[in-house]
Design a protein around this ligand. Sequence first.
Ligand code: IZC
Ligand code: ZN
Length: 425
Amino acid sequence: MKADIVIKNISQLVTMEGPDRPRIKEEMKNIGIIENGILAVSGEEIIYVGEGELPRHIDIDERTIIIDGSGKTVTPGLIDPHTHLVHGGSRENELAMKLNGMKYMDILRAGGGILSTVRATQNASFEELYKKAEKSLDTMLEFGITTVEAKSGYGLNIETELKQLRVAKELNEKHPIDVVSTFMGAHAVPIEYKSNAEEFVEIIIKDMIPRVAEEKLAEFCDVFCEEGIFTVDQTRRILNAARKHGMLPRVHADEIEPFGGAELAAELEAVSADHLVAASETGMKIMAEKGVIADLLPATSFNLANGKFANARRMIELGVPVALSTDYNPGSSPTENIQLVMYFASLILRMTPEEVFTAVTINSACSIKRENNIGSIKKGKKADIVVFDSPNINYIIYHFGINHVDMVFKNGKIVVEKGRTKGTF
Ligand code: IZC
Ligand code: ZN
């Protein structure tokens, strides 16, 4: 078999070897590092992973691109399973409010926060939303992200929700990053339904979910289940309706107050429960029993600046599979920098570098149901690969705040070189 690309002499090749399922407890530390590693790619696929030299059955010729991986760390393409990628406007005006002591929920209650992004998104054209999200995807790609989940939820009316999801769909088709869509009509209660949230819940269930499903615009459905947003009962009804229409449930759970979100995610056997800063011990335990993935978002916690973070150590101890995300959004986490998230996960959530890499590769692949194609470097999987200009994984975490990416391969194609995207795709 002929190789189109060979990366050899790799100082640390992080394979994530092992089964294509969520990794828990000690498994999160076994990331299958090969020193002096080598890998070969043919077309869109990985055809060989090993140590030292290529075996005889893999041929190379003058067209094979050979890359010297000495002094480099090579990992699976990073997967970001929780973002609010497509939106209009920005919220830097909230910085001064925050510095004056106003809380995230106070800003939302005053008609700002999510609701200000809803206005900006309703007023933006398809092209404006597309261009803005495309720029963020370019940045994500440069940080090593090759697959991203993207939620709607800044429309809160059917036209704008569909507009957001259609933008995500077109980006998935045109941009090298794979974009996996989630319908999140239940992100906030629109001002016009402030005194009648139930009516809005009915609209989501009766009008929006069937329409999104009919147009096949989302694989998942998510709800912001939080004190003052959607109740546990409303979340349950919305997610059950979504499941009937083929969308798998995920939940924004216990981000700010302990509200029973983790328990509900376990009851519904949701794919993931995200945030979990205020999750209860019982909630975490039953998530472990049901195999619900905890998708942790420490950049958001850092940026909310209230000193509260998810208890990742306890979750790992209990056997909850942990994934990590940027939560990229214009309010609580305006950053595409997953490497900074990895740093926070390590230094603040006390996850080891090995656990962090598990969380941004195979566990996040599981969180978006892509574990059979991506999330590890293994023969037959898609050639989504990152080359870090770092001699080992510890260095990537330790030397924080900068971008360590040298090259990114997506579907076997070079899409980032010397840390920069190769222009318009
Ligand atoms: O726009 O503030 N938490 N949703 C739930 C967000 C944060 C995004 C935002
Ligand atoms: Zn979110």
